[in-house]
Design a protein around this ligand. Structure first.
Ligand code: ARG
Ligand code: ZN
Length: 855
């Protein structure tokens, strides 16, 4: 059942207005739907095909008030078809009534119940589990929704147009596809505020939470107000309704959802207090609130023609939320964090069996394509476009995009065309970034010629992209490479220039140089590629000390660390250069503590494995773990006094604030703590855990202790204090397998899974435990297969209950082909055990068969 981009065809009917009436009941909700339809072309004669899941029971159907001949209505498991013969050639009204059972909806797709509250998730194809409908993004209609229920708060999209005892009516004047529909009903309370748009619209803002959670919703509200202001200031985008509602729910498959005027969030991305949330949680909340809000223009006002175009809205909205966070916090730190995440998730995806382009051209289950490639690489592609056309060109292109496509269901072609029209640039070659999978490998070599009128430095770049599933040939791409030159005394002699690589191999010359400079390459990570260059450790250390581009500077440290680690993981010695260089860097009190922390945190084991396998070496998880442990210990021993001093200096005084400055200090202090805990027997971490009033420091202390095989008392204390707080308990479940010594990780996960409070049907709890284990690289990949078996057992248990979650967590296996024969055999056996299970969901079947096919 494969869908192809090439098969796109407009829907043969025009739907102008949708009216719905919900009579809510836990096991038998009735939904009446009126669709104002017209044939797209009265000359055609087409059957009317509506989507509708198996569990939707059709109770009645009329066309202009009359029931059609039952012979003209056919139902299969996924659709309802009214034959052309039963349809008028003029506009008509189709009315249906259906019955659905929200209480039985454990997949959390469509209308379901979470903690006594009705809520919905319709993207991508959830609306078809609520009623019969053309459930595709290019069919857009206004919605009028009536909700009948005794619950006190009844919400839907748009503006409220009527409230009475047991009933609420909502009208959304902005035509939208069904995936943006939302309904919430429950016993909720709001934290409220308001926002005046720059053209004078007063918008009522509410963050709805369960009673008792109000004191943890304030930061989400602040973030929303900042987002609304930022989108006006930076993109000229104003909000367009009288209310904006956000609701926090405990059972949610993803992070959050941008339903028009009624964003629904996983409660972990709304609720925060210093005692329960970490600095990282605060930063994510701010970013995701912004992300969903920004979708109002990039996603809702301009939506996608079909799901192949998903990165049109997601890549752009991620790019926008990244810009927002850079403006709110430190741009340098944000860029480094984003690149780390891209490498950890997207590069990993791009190198394995699940590689696909930002705009795929085929899928079986669209929910399997909400990936790092569509989101994060989709954002990187926009960053490259912006660099190529410049800030002004970008602004003109975006203005044209909003102007030309407001109200449209658009495509990547439409998006690229606005850049071509606004800037005059031909983007035919650039488009390959959207259509081709895989991470290009770039090689840079240098040639230096001294001369009388100054020396000439010639850089030669070549590019090559390895094959990915279904795409053996990879033509060259446009690669913007930002480069600067640093003179021998550490000053920048040539500021950043963007070299545009278009050929398989190309040279660029810098003339009139005094002495041979050091090249600072791929500044700001100007393209999502892997750059390799022959650089000795001394030059890397020089760049780590002097590069004026913060990303490139950090990258030099990263390369130093990785070369030490990959050598050690293959049994070769020394990290001396890195240890010395990092000591100088962290001793620099003038440097941003967050930057120092980023440099001090060693690359993760997964990243080391990726680096090795990119170089054609089979990674050994145990050797990698040992190499990283030993380098960390070497750093701690060498710089003990310096680290102890920094630990003191970085103490944060005063009340907890989740802002960039305090977050930076805590991040350095916590990175230092992890090192000191290797030497001090856990003393500092135990003290910190006891006195810290905030979750950031308590989690840092607990993690450091667990990694050293300690921390049992702290775990118990955390449990006692927060047994009733789901979000804290999720951390409690996640940290144990994640920070466990690898040999024990799978058993610890297995034991945790037997606990009564392992509420596995809750997606956050399930992700905490399975994700915690797979974040432990050597633990998940334990040679005895225990990590694979545990994961496979639970994927099989989850699949019939919530296929989206099972399929998503199956990506723990996506790198299986890179390991040794013993591990490969065990991973393949686990995958085959899943694949051979009867009744497997389409979601999990697609994922597992793609992974097996790569073997
Ligand atoms: N559009 C949402 C966001 O990125 C994600 C929703 C995805 N849901 C899903 N079931 N695949 O903000
Ligand atoms: Zn999004």
């Amino acid at each position: 059942n494969v869908q192809y981009l090439a098969d796109y065809r407009p829907y043969p009917f025009v739907l102008s207005a949708t009216r719905m009436r919900f009579a809510l009941a836990a096991t038998d909700t009735r939904v009446r739907t009126e669709l104002s339809l017209a044939p797209r072309d009265p000359e055609w004669s087409e059957d009317l095909v509506l989507d509708g899941g198996k569990a939707v029971r059709l109770l009645s159907l009329t066309i202009d008030g009359e029931a059609p001949d039952p012979a003209h209505v056919t139902r299969d498991g996924e659709t309802l078809t009214v034959a052309a013969a039963a349809l008028p050639r003029h506009p008509f009204l189709l009315e249906t009534e259906v019955g659905i059972d929200p209480s039985a909806n454990t997949a959390f797709e469509g209308l379901y119940i979470s903690n006594g509250m009705f809520c919905t998730q319709c993207e991508a194809e959830g609306f078809r589990h609520i009623t019969f409908y053309p459930d595709r993004p290019d069919v857009m209609a206004t919605f009028h929704v009536t909700i009948d229920s005794d619950l006190p708060v009844l919400l839907s999209n748009g503006n409220p147009v009527g409230q009475s005892q047991g009933r609420a009516e909502w009208h959304d004047p902005w035509p939208k596809p069904s995936y943006l529909f939302a309904l919430v009903a429950g016993d909720l309370v709001a934290v409220s505020d308001s926002f005046a748009t720059r053209s004078g619209r007063q918008v009522a803002l509410n963050v709805w939470v369960r009673p008792g959670d109000q004191d943890r919703a304030g930061f989400a509200m602040e973030s929303l107000i900042k987002s609304m202001k930022w989108d006006e200031d930076v993109y000229g985008r104003e909000y367009d309704l009288d209310v904006f509602n956000i609701v926090a729910v405990d059972d949610f498959n993803m992070g959050a959802m941008e339903n028009k005027g009624l964003n629904i969030f996983n409660s972990k991305l709304v609720l925060a207090s210093p005692e329960t949330a970490t600095d990282g949680d605060y930063e994510r909340i701010e970013a995701v609130i912004a992300h969903e809000y920004f979708h109002n223009w990039t996603g809702n006002r301009i939506t996608c023609r079909d799901w192949f175009q998903l990165c049109l809205k997601e890549g752009l909205t991620v790019f926008r939320d990244q810009q927002f966070t850079s403006d709110m916090r430190s741009a340098a730190v944000k860029r480094i964090e984003d690149v780390q995440a891209l490498r950890a998730r997207q590069f990993r995806e791009d190198q394995g069996p699940l590689a696909h382009p930002p705009r795929p051209d085929r899928y079986e289950e669209i929910n399997n394509f909400y990936t790092a490639t569509v989101y994060e690489k989709g954002a990187e592609v926009i960053g490259m476009l912006k660099r190529l056309v410049g800030d002004d060109g970008y602004r003109r292109a975006l203005d044209l995009y909003f102007d030309r496509h407001d109200g449209d269901a658009a495509t990547i072609e439409d998006w690229l065309k606005v850049f071509e029209d606004a800037t005059g640039r031909d983007l035919a070659q650039f488009k390959r970034w959207y259509t081709d999978a895989g991470t290009p490998r770039l090689t840079m070599t240098e040639d230096w010629r001294p001369g009388e009128a100054g020396g000439t430095l010639t850089l030669t770049f070549s590019q090559q992209t390895p094959p990915t599933p279904g795409q053996p040939e990879k033509p060259s791409r446009v690669v913007p490479v930002a480069v600067g030159l640093i003179g021998p005394n550490g000053d920048e002699v040539t500021p950043t220039q963007v070299l545009e690589l278009t050929e398989a191999s190309q040279t660029f010359a810098f003339e009139g140089l005094g002495a041979r400079p050091v090249v600072s390459a791929l500044r700001g990570f100007s393209a999502p590629v892997m750059l390799s260059r022959d650089l000795d450790d001394a030059t890397r250390a020089f760049l780590l000390a002097h590069d004026t581009d913060p990303f490139a500077r950090w990258e030099s440290g990263r390369d130093l660390a990785l070369s030490a680690l990959t050598a050690a993981a293959q049994g070769q010695a020394t990290g001396g250069n890195y240890v010395q260089a990092i000591g100088r860097l962290i001793a620099d009190d003038a440097a941003d503590p967050a930057f120092r922390a980023l440099c001090l945190n060693l690359p993760g084991e997964e990243e080391i494995a990726t680096r090795l396998s990119t170089g054609g070496i089979t990674p050994d998880p145990d050797a990698i773990h040992a190499a990283r442990e030993s380098l960390a210990r070497q750093i701690a021993e060498t710089h003990l006094d310096l680290l102890a001093r920094i630990y003191q200096d970085m103490t944060v005084a005063g009340p907890y604030r989740p802002d960039a400055a305090d977050t930076a200090r805590r991040s350095l202090r916590n990175a230092v703590l992890a090192l000191l805990t290797r030497i001090d027997g856990g003393e500092r971490a135990e003290v910190l855990f006891g006195v810290a009033g905030n979750m950031t420091e308590r989690m840092a202390a607990l993690t450091a202790l667990l990694r050293r095989g300690r921390g049992q008392a702290e775990l118990a204390a955390l449990h006692d204090q927060f047994a009733d707080n789901r979000l804290v308990m999720d951390k409690w479940f996640a940290v144990q397998p994640m920070a466990a010594p690898p040999a024990q990780a799978a058993q610890i996960a297995r034991d945790l899974a037997t606990r009564r409070d392992f509420d596995w049907k809750n997606p956050n709890r399930f992700r905490a435990l399975l994700g915690g284990l797979s974040a432990n690289h050597a633990g998940f990949h334990a040679a005895d297969g225990s990590g694979y078996d545990f994961t496979a057992d639970w994927l099989l248990r989850m699949d019939p209950v919530n296929p989206q979650i099972a399929a998503r967590m199956s990506t723990a296996f996506e790198t299986w082909t890179r390991y040794d024969a013993g591990r490969r055999a065990k991973a393949l056996a686990a995958l085959e055990r899943i694949a051979s299970t009867k009744g497997l969901s389409r979601n999990t079947r697609e994922m597992v068969s793609r992974m097996i096919a790569a073997g």
